[in-house]
Design a binder for this molecule. Structure first.
Ligand SMILES: Nc1nc2c(c(=O)[nH]1)N[C@H]1C(S)=C(S)[C@@H](COP(=O)(O)O)O[C@H]1N2
Ligand SMILES: [Mo]
Length: 201
């Protein structure tokens, strides 16, 4: 880190923000919108979330069923591969531990599927253990469509492209399969602390 960023930090943030900013990232107060295509508009009466693939019994939630599940308020830092990080983002969502509770599976991998066709892959272990949510509120408001509303995946410990907006289904798989950006050369795992931006990093 340079002299300038240390000086900036002393004025702006009394807590040690640098410990929270992965290598190569800068902190922004904005909330940039990054979408590979148009924002799909999904009515809450048609909205469904599905758990499919290698499961004993597929599960499906309507909006009413999903929002009746126990939810958590979480405040987390997010890190986009295009190098912005945003600290202390406040979400409300249902933990993947809750959605997967009691599911019998031999799967080790997940593909998240979005309305609009976007996909992203990650190990199942990265969705469990209090590390991932399906978020539907941001900063006390319903999640805005451009940020993935009605509901999006939130996996803050990985680069933010893993946090699929407009989540439609969570597919459990025994084999790994690259998602949209992973198929275009983004890193398969995407740990921001290891700067795993592109395949080979
Ligand atoms: N369905 C879908 N999810 C997506 C994307 C997308 O294009 N489509 N972009 C990803 C990327 S690259 C980032 S950085 C974040 C951006 O979320 P934001 O627009 O709320 O900042 O969403 C991720 N999830
Ligand atoms: Mo991104």
């Amino acid at each position: 880190m340079s002299f300038i960023s240390r000086g900036f930090q002393r004025r702006q943030a009394p807590t040690a923000a640098s410990d929270r900013v992965p290598p190569g990232q800068y902190v922004t107060r904005d909330f940039p919108v990054l979408s590979a295509g148009a924002t799909p508009r999904i009515g809450l009466d048609e909205w469904r979330l599905e758990l499919v693939g290698e499961v004993d019994q597929p599960r499906r939630w309507s909006w009413q069923e999903f929002t009746a599940l126990p939810a958590e308020d979480v405040t987390v830092d997010i890190h986009c591969v295009t190098k912005w990080s945003k600290l202390d983002t406040p979400w409300k969502g249902v933990s993947l531990d809750t959605l997967l509770d009691g599911v019998e599976t031999s799967a080790g991998f997940v593909v998240a599927h979005s309305y609009g066709g976007y996909t992203t892959n990650l190990p199942l272990d990265d969705l469990t253990g209090g590390k991932a949510w399906v978020a539907y509120r941001y900063d006390g408001e319903p999640l805005a469509p451009e940020h993935g509303g009605p509901a999006r995946l939130l996996v803050p410990h990985l680069y933010f492209w893993k946090s699929a907006k407009w989540l439609r289904a969570v597919e459990l798989r025994t084999d790994d399969a690259p998602g949209f950006w992973e198929g275009y050369g983004y890193h398969n795992y995407g740990d921001p602390w290891q700067e795993q931006r592109y395949s080979g990093d």
